[in-house]
Write a protein that binds this ligand. Structure first.
Ligand code: AMP
Length: 411
């Protein structure tokens, strides 16, 4: 939890510089200008080096700036935070203290990433409170008392603060449901319901989701007012940017296949997904004996450890990270060259989320995703292909065969 007053930040020029530039010619005429953003915001974008809006930003920002409700299909790493954050910063009254915007996210990590991004996008005086579980609630209460203008948090802690009467949403004008599909997966629907009831009906609601399942549509219908839909389907967002392969493998040869693949591909950074926490631990134990710079993350790890693991992966110190879905989802790292689905994901949507980590904004180029598939999992692969609306290419590894030949039928 942080209250973020940003006067101390050294990487930003003093706001007064920008304020005094009433001459609009001094505002950089980047593609952002065409989206309807004000000179002040354009100057700030220039400050932090954003030159070109991402596809979701191009489509989302002009509509959200009109005050309409908008749903956007976008994953972490596509620039979605600025897509919803900039229109909110433009429309809120930055001179007024107190909660004007509420942003709900499924995980602590994501809440913190969102807050960090808003901190970069907003003025120095912007006050943010990050209200998430696993962090001291006292400090969160303090930042609310100090007039946090934007609250970013996970539903559980937000409810807690509401019930303690430490958080008041009466003046909220903007609500964001970020990674709505994941919030529903985790079972936050009842909490979201309770929170939304406490927000004024006169508000702008923005919803971001990597997938627009029926459940997400229902959520949008329930809490939004005739939302405009921005659909950047996975074909645009994920599939084109990522080369996807599957490899047929016998279950007991998966470890040797992973070793072989790492040797061949020598990835700059690789994120390996397993289905279970135990599976992740086991894999980590096996590979930590042979490789350096390898780490594991899953929901059983204490928060400080999770923070450290993510920090090390983001900085490049860790080259191979083994993760389970729920935690892997909160990792906003866009420069990953390789994704390996050591286990086929349980749900097709998880596949989309997993591979969405590779080769996106500020990435190392085209990412690659490999999915290990056993004979029995053929139908699951087909389901995934239906979901992403394309065939995944088979990957052959030279003379190494990860599948034992079947004995002849009449044997
Ligand atoms: P997000 O999808 O919001 O988590 O953003 C992913 C990363 O892209 C973050 O590190 C952002 O700072 C960065 N980013 C977002 N929009 C832009 C942009 N238009 N130009 C360059 N970087 C961006």
């Amino acid at each position: 939890m942080k209250t973020k007053e940003k006067n101390s930040r050294s990487d930003r020029s003093p706001r007064s510089d920008k304020k005094s530039s009433s001459n609009s010619k001094s505002v950089p005429q980047t593609e952002f200008a065409a989206l309807g953003l004000s000179p002040k915001v354009l100057a700030q974008l220039d400050n932090i080096g954003y030159q070109t809006p991402s596809p979701i930003q191009k489509k989302f920002i002009p509509i959200a700036l009109t005050g309409r409700d908008v749903t956007g299909q976008a994953q972490t790493g596509t620039g979605k935070t600025a897509a919803f954050g900039l229109p909110i910063l433009e429309q809120m009254d930055l001179r007024l203290p107190g909660q004007q915007a509420l942003i709900l996210t499924p995980t602590r990590e994501l809440s913190e990433q969102v807050a960090n991004e808003l901190e970069r996008l907003g003025p120095n005086t912007l006050k943010l409170a990050v209200c998430v579980g696993g962090r001291p609630i006292r400090k969160q209460i303090q930042s609310l008392e100090q007039g946090a203008q934007i609250v970013v948090g996970t539903p559980g802690r937000v409810i807690d603060l509401l019930f303690r009467k430490e958080l008041n949403l009466d003046q909220v004008k903007f609500v964001v449901l970020d990674e709505a599909d994941r919030m529903l997966d985790i079972g936050f629907r009842p909490d979201i319901e309770k929170i939304m009831k406490r927000c004024p009906t006169e508000r702008q609601t923005l919803l971001l989701s990597a997938t627009m399942s029926d459940e997400v549509e229902r959520l949008a219908k329930r809490f939004m007012n005739e939302p405009e839909r921005i659909d950047l389907s996975e074909k645009d967002v994920a599939n084109k940017a990522i080369q996807q392969y599957y490899i047929s493998v016998d279950a007991d040869r998966k470890i040797s296949l992973l070793a072989k693949l790492l040797l061949m591909e020598r990835p700059q950074q690789v994120l390996v997904f397993t289905r279970t926490k135990r599976g992740a631990e086991r894999l980590h134990k096996t590979f930590a004996k042979k490789l350096k710079n390898i780490s594991v993350i899953h929901g059983d790890l204490p928060q400080p450890k999770r923070d450290r693991v993510i920090k090390d992966f983001r900085s490049g110190k860790t080259r191979m990270l083994i993760a389970t879905d729920v935690v892997g989802r909160g990792i906003d790292i866009s420069g990953i060259s390789h994704i390996i689905n050591y286990d086929v994901p349980e749900f097709c949507d998880d596949y989309v989320h997993r591979i969405g980590r590779a080769g996106r904004l500020s990435s190392v180029g085209k990412g690659q995703a490999f999915t290990f598939v056993t004979r029995e999992q053929g139908p699951q692969l087909t389901e995934i292909e239906k979901r992403i609306n394309m065939l995944i290419e088979k990957y052959e590894i030279g003379d190494y065969n990860p599948i034992r030949p079947r004995p002849p039928k009449n044997y």
